[in-house]
Design a protein around this ligand. Sequence first.
Ligand code: NOJ
Ligand code: CA
Ligand code: CA
Length: 722
Amino acid sequence: MRRALAAAVILLLLIPLVGAYQVPERGVVYQIMVDRFYDGNQSNNEPFYDPTHTNYRLYWGGDIEGLTEKLDYIASLGVSMIWVSPLNDNINRMAHGSAPYHGYWTRDYKRIEEHFGTWKDFLKLVEEARKRGICIVVDYVPNHSNPSTDGEFGALYDNGTKITDYFEDTKNATVNPITGIREDIYHHNGNIFTWSGIPLKYANLYGLADFNQLNPWVDSYLTEGAMLFANSGACGFRIDAVKHMELGWLETFYLRLYSERPLLIYGEYYSLSPERSDDLYELYRYSNVSPVLNIPIRADIVKTFGFVGSLETLSRTLEDYYSRFLYPNKQLNFLDSHDLIRFLNGARREDTVERFHMALALTMTLPGIPVIYYGDESYLVSKDGKGDPYNRPMMAFNNTTEAARIIRTLAELRKTNDALAFGDFKTLYANYSVWAFERTFGAHRLLVVMNKGSPAELSINIDWPDGTYVDVLYGAEMVVEKGKATVELPRNSFYVFHIEREQGEPLIGSLTPYTARPGQEILIAGAGFGSGGRVTIGGVEARVLSWNSTEILVEVPAINTGKAWLDVVVETGGKASNVAKLRYYSGNDVPALISLNASSVNLSRANLWIKGNLSELAEPRPLLRSSTGYYFTVAPLPKGAAFSVELYEGPYWGELRPLGVKLYGFVNSTVVVLREEPHATETAPTMPTTTIIHRPVGKNPLPYLLAALLLGAALIIWKKRG
Ligand code: NOJ
Ligand code: CA
Ligand code: CA
């Protein structure tokens, strides 16, 4: 009997259930800076501790235990995900006059910072959060470790064993013949001086020791570190500084994390305007790295509500911004963050608080997952200053405010109204101070109306059934009669009207993640799925792992295709759903450096792109021009695959022109040389690479010397042949 019971329990644990994973779009994220939230254990506060909370550059005592203690408070806001600031072990010294209280100066990616707690504390946090319907999103920093010029000078540890530091690494560094980058564990290319091209990704960001993610040791180390969190139950990651890493490496890194479970992974691509960035285009449009924080539109929202600005202009800016994404509802909206001035610290108006409420409600009703920065619900500000580090004061707990009520109300509505989670975005009316937008997802609808100017009566055409609708925030009424909606709008009003009806036909709202390789699980969310049916991906039936009327979990089949995007369709009760697009990767992908000898094909053009016959290469990728005479890019490529690419020329954000040049490659190492002729697979020549596996400090160097000699010999032979 006991055995049978144990077997049943084990079986239950093995079968993935719908409801076991969060549908990110139906939730709200609460962002926390761990050190500044709540001190649950005073024994871990020293060193560099300031009990008076006046020196913003020291530790103030917050930790994982404190966060766990405050889970009921966080749950009371209706949020379902907590984004915690980086938890990894940080340097044990001050650098540039600051302690690493923020968590962005890692020294060991396998350990937890002792000021914050232990892995046991993290597991307990995940478990206690889970009991409250909340999951944990971890901030992870794979672009750099810590300052190269102060503190511990880039010291890096692998679960306690010292691997290197920036000086040591300089001695081992060599120039990569293809990229022209001096590298070993780190890049040694100075600081970022030009914010585009090679320096953007291969130089130090403000002096932070920049990882060479193409070094196989670094690749595994950073992946293993992230896996520790995924295996401990994290439901997602916020990836720091994605702008400064090779997209192709990030794609493989994300794929490996996604193979754990359907995670929410979003990146920080710091850009105040999408047009001005060199490679937002490929990040947003072509890859699996596109869920990002909506940094480019945040300033427009703050300006319009906290200072001056037209809602009509804002509506156009936002519509244009969201139209750039295939899945705008997977992007993340926020008003405040640890990097920017808090709205209430910046705006100087008599009605600042009312405008704050409006802006907060807007970020929670736009397309995208809302992020609430800790303390926004309690009007937390600093008296000592504005931006970093003053946007990180000690938390003040108060969930009885008007802001808390707005957050809670809209977070609860999001759980039941799929127009908030998956709806489209259509402006029905906008002028300088009045704006009405509608969002629709099947039988669920949402109408958001606001007025930041003199009292007005709004009358708009809308195809909602006749009746009186009650706004969810303040109980304001809107009458709809014969396709005309009328509503009174006092100054600084913000109303949300909604409809939730039964969805008759299957309708897909989202895929989590919307990128996959064979064998990976994806969560399909939407409505009208009934109790069973079938799912096809690229025309091939997928194995269904679980099914209910709003969520389906499937395993992605292997599909023989060269396409980037595959159609996902749900069939139930004799009806087929809309088509959702899945970014497909053929599997077995390694981050490969694809290179092309510029002189060998006689090319001198500035902006070259490749597009090829594998799913991974089906969207164009820009090539960088190295100082050593190569064009190169990094792409996830299936080991053992032979492929061809065509060359294109053209600007970012512009039309690409085919050059009529076809080249061939074969993936038998992580360095792939493109050639004019296809070659026999097994004998395909490989380029030597300087990205050698690094040794932990203090081990016998003989095998590595031998390996280096062999590589050197290969290099000479290759040079002679070339
Ligand atoms: C962006 C983070 O949000 C910021 O706080 C940090 O200092 C930098 N990346 C460097 O890691
Ligand atoms: Ca503490
Ligand atoms: Ca970098």
